[in-house]
Design a protein around this ligand. Structure first.
Ligand SMILES: [Zn+2]
Length: 199
């Protein structure tokens, strides 16, 4: 009366596949690094940081838009220029966070980098350029990955002696830049490396 139900092999394989996709999508959702924000956002300083598989945290939790990559880039002229870090477009005031645990070793004006905060973790030296001059960390301070260490600075800064950087209106700028963004440089044993190797 009762017949043993025998599934064809392809049904078993399909079920296994669906099960795998189901598990994978869960895993992916849970472990994806951060939510991608749209480009037209205003300040987004409400966030949660997620540690990626390399053990690092994305520097600007509210913004993921990369406006310039590390390495040689084609300029407006025929000559390509070298870019020592990663540019992340973000409005003035946007928080940025420590990408790893470390110690603050510098807060101040660095010329082309404008106001800069530098964090050291062993052989990695991480600089956050074009920051706000209203520093919220100080030299020697230990910080944890994901901790807010500063804000994206304004385009124009004033009263800096011998600042050679100016915008098209002749107003002094926060280093060599055309608009507010975070420039992140990572030096490994003194050599600039691609931040995306870590992020
Ligand atoms: Zn840059």
């Amino acid at each position: 009366m009762f017949q043993k139900i025998i599934f064809p092999r392809y049904i078993i394989i399909l079920l296994a596949l669906f099960f795998f996709i189901y598990i994978y999508s869960f895993f992916h959702l849970y472990y994806s690094d951060y939510t991608i924000q749209d480009d037209t956002q205003l300040l987004n300083n409400n966030y949660t940081s997620t540690i990626n598989s390399n053990g690092f945290v994305w520097p600007v939790p509210g913004c993921k838009t990369i406006t310039s990559y590390f390495g040689y880039r084609q300029g407006s002229s025929v000559v390509s220029s070298y870019h020592s870090g990663l540019d992340i477009g973000a409005p003035t005031g946007t928080y940025f966070v420590a990408i790893t645990d470390g110690t603050i070793v510098n807060t101040g004006w660095t010329g082309s980098g404008g106001f800069t905060i530098t964090l050291v973790n062993q052989n990695l030296r991480i600089s956050y350029c074009h920051s706000s001059p209203n520093f919220i960390v100080h030299n020697g301070q230990k910080v944890s990955k994901g901790e807010v260490i500063g804000q994206v600075g304004p385009k124009n800064v004033y009263n800096i002696p011998n600042n050679p950087y100016k915008d098209s209106n002749g107003n002094p700028t926060n280093g060599a830049m055309t608009g507010p963004h975070l420039h992140l440089t990572i030096r490994k044993d003194g050599v600039a490396v691609d931040p995306l190797n870590y992020l």
